[in-house]
Design a protein around this ligand. Structure first.
Ligand code: GLN
Length: 192
């Protein structure tokens, strides 16, 4: 059973835990640096990226996680989690930082505010069509050459990548944890 951590500082932690348990992962809540030991993979949940970033600083996890990412720990960031993993944050807070392990530029709230939240069917080649819930989601506006685009969504202005991967780092602009469909989690866990 792969041992998968869920960063449990803020956001929809419980929903990720449920999805991962449905696919029989051994789930660990990560709140302190020592919780990062012996993980096969780590999920960074959706929530509020500035709050999670602040709590990464105050918990002492920021640099411990940076070390693990440098060592190649597999990681999957959804929504705010993607913002934390990306190279460039557009419309970020002036002091917003990110780990930069996925060479994409994301615009915070790029699909609009809370009131503009929507659900779309996302075709993931090789996996099928999955429901995608977008809530104040980041929009991927630039993708580096090393980034693999696993799924796109056309919100009326051309297709944007919504599920990407660069090596062991995966990012998703929507919330696969909020529907009862664990296939996106399964994709990540299968890679561990
Ligand atoms: N817009 C939020 C942020 O900047 C992310 C929203 C989400 O995770 N649903 O962190």
């Amino acid at each position: 059973m792969p041992r998968v951590g869920v960063l449990a500082l803020q956001g929809d932690v419980h929903e990720h835990v449920t999805r991962l348990q449905e696919i029989h992962a051994d789930v660990v809540l990560v709140r302190r640096a020592h919780d990062l030991e012996d993980l096969d993979g780590l999920v960074l949940p959706g929530g509020e990226s500035t709050t999670i970033a602040h709590l990464l600083n105050t918990s002492g996890l920021r640099s411990a996680l940076e070390d693990k990412l440098r060592e190649g720990l597999s990681v999957f960031g959804t929504c705010a989690g993607l913002i934390l993993l990306c190279r460039d944050v557009l419309d970020g807070r002036h002091d917003q930082w990110s780990y930069g392990v996925i060479d994409v530029a994301v615009r915070r709230n790029g699909y609009g505010r809370q009131i503009a939240s929507f659900e779309a069917s996302i075709d993931v080649p090789g996996t099928g069509t999955v429901p995608g819930v977008f809530i104040r989601s980041p929009k991927i506006e630039r993708c580096g050459v090393e980034v693999e685009i696993l799924a796109t969504h056309d919100h009326g202005d051309g297709p944007d990548p919504v599920l990407v991967r660069q090596g062991n780092a995966w990012g998703c602009s929507f919330h696969p944890e909020l529907t009862g469909d664990p296939r996106i989690h399964q994709l990540f866990v299968n890679s561990l």
